[in-house]
Design a binder for this molecule. Structure first.
Ligand SMILES: *Cc1c(COP(=O)(O)O)cnc(C)c1O
Length: 427
């Protein structure tokens, strides 16, 4: 079929690696050409061929209010008139920092950056400086951006494409990254025994989103907090996805875990490029110019991005927001599970708040190894069938789907109906 999307993709393939600016957009795991988007409003997006979809990608998490929220658009229009960037201090940065510190008691000081990748690699640098240690620990299937040290057994597009640890990462650096399965306290204890007092940091997605949605089992994060505290290892909760998503105060509020450092991104930029890292003052005061750890950014704290973030957080804080998100998400996850059961399709739906994944397996999914047991070819057919019915899911089994405050019961009903037909089709 000759669509405008197809035409654009053929052109893009000659101009950009794989035709895209971020790998999972290429639909490699689900087949077919990627859909080029032209606009979005509320829970739906429209492609360049005029087809409309209920959107569960939501720009991979940032759009917790849905597309083009009128109040965010209005705030951005006003900010735009004042100028796009000054490379100097602005009032909005202070307000956003105040809002973040207020929502996350573990964050005493925060530094704004432009992406989640920048946030995690900066947080690691601080942890290494403050501890004087080089080794770090991460969990299999967790994705923390594309920094060198963190591309070892990584999730997201790395998992989707089935890539080995990325070429181009110096071995000397990769060797400093210890990996352990998620939700495996015994393996964690063993790693802390083998690398006793050598780990600068442990970085973790407190709810994995980048191997599909995988919640922490009871006691796992507490165990992690205990082991890190006992050895002076910096605990970094990577809440780039979960921050202001699973609760206003993130996974650390939901699971009552106080990290030493936190990384944020996605929601705090309201759809514009932002990241942040913050935590204890004693750690953050290592960062230049307060301390010697260098980290900088020409566009950091960009006025437009800060405006979108501030307005988004202001709206999220209104009473009932997370209860409504929970209600709609629960209805959706339940509807999908029921429809699959009716069609006899083995499906495990993992969900924490408004992030979820439909894994095509009967077994529970608690770590990367169990996620990989899901039937990815069946997922691909499910994805394509939904796409054809006007429902846009993440184009990979190993990504979380998201619900926004703009998704209503009618969207859920339409989606469950489409899924029911898709299940029949793929079985
Ligand atoms: C998306 C994500 C990142 C990377 O953020 P970018 O803005 O894409 O660089 C890091 N960590 C987690 C948990 C993420 O979900």
């Amino acid at each position: 079929m000759n669509t405008k999307s197809r035409e654009l993709f053929q052109k893009a393939l000659k101009l950009m690696p794989g035709g895209v600016n971020s790998p999972v957009r290429a639909f490699r795991a689900v087949g077919g050409d990627p859909v080029f988007m032209a606009g979005g409003k509320g829970s739906s997006i429209v492609d360049v061929d005029g087809r409309s979809y209920i959107d569960y990608v939501l720009s991979w998490g940032p759009l917790i209010l849905g597309h083009s929220h009128p109040e965010v658009v209005e705030a951005l229009a006003k900010a735009l008139e004042r100028g796009t960037s000054f490379g100097a201090c602005t009032e909005g940065e202070v307000e956003l920092a105040e809002r973040i510190c207020g929502a996350y008691p573990s964050i005493e000081r925060v530094r704004l950056v432009n992406s989640g990748t920048e946030a995690t690699l900066s947080a690691l640098r601080v942890a290494r400086a403050a501890t004087g240690r080089e080794r770090i620990l991460k969990f299999e299937g967790c994705y923390h951006g594309h920094g060198d040290s963190l591309l070892v057994k990584a999730g997201s597009g790395v998992a989707t494409l089935g890539l080995p640890d990325s070429p181009g990462v110096p071995r000397a650096l990769a060797e400093l990254t210890v990996t352990v399965p998620f939700n495996d306290p015994a393996a964690l204890e063993e790693a802390f025994r083998v690398h006793a007092n050598q780990l600068a940091a442990v970085i973790v997605e407190p709810v994995i989103g980048n191997a599909g949605c995988i919640p922490p089992q009871a006691g796992f994060l507490e165990k992690l907090r205990g082991l890190t505290a006992g050895q002076g290892t910096v605990l970094i909760l990577d809440e780039v996805m979960t921050g202001f998503r699973v609760a206003y105060g993130g996974a650390q509020e939901l699971f009552k875990i106080q990290p030493d450092l936190t990384t944020l991104g996605k929601v705090i930029g309201g759809g514009l490029p932002v990241g942040a890292y913050g935590g204890k003052a004693s750690l953050m005061d290592w960062v230049a110019p307060a301390g010697p750890v260098y980290q900088a950014g020409t566009l950091s704290g960009n006025p437009l991005a800060v405006t979108a973030g501030l307005k988004t957080l202001e709206i999220l804080r209104r009473p009932g927001t997370y209860e409504r998100l929970e209600g709609v998400s629960n209805q959706l996850a339940g509807g999908l599970a029921t429809a699959a059961a009716k069609a006899g399709v083995p499906l495990t739906v993992n969900r924490v708040g408004s992030m979820f994944t439909c894994f095509f397996t009967n077994e529970s999914v608690a770590d990367y190894a169990s996620a990989k047991k899901a039937d990815t070819s069946r997922f691909a057919r499910f994805f394509r069938s939904l796409l054809g019915r006007g429902v846009y899911f993440p184009p990979s089994q190993f990504e979380a789907a998201f619900v926004s405050t703009a998704h209503h019961e009618s969207d859920v009903a339409t989606t469950v109906e489409a899924a029911a037909k898709a299940f029949e089709e793929i079985w």
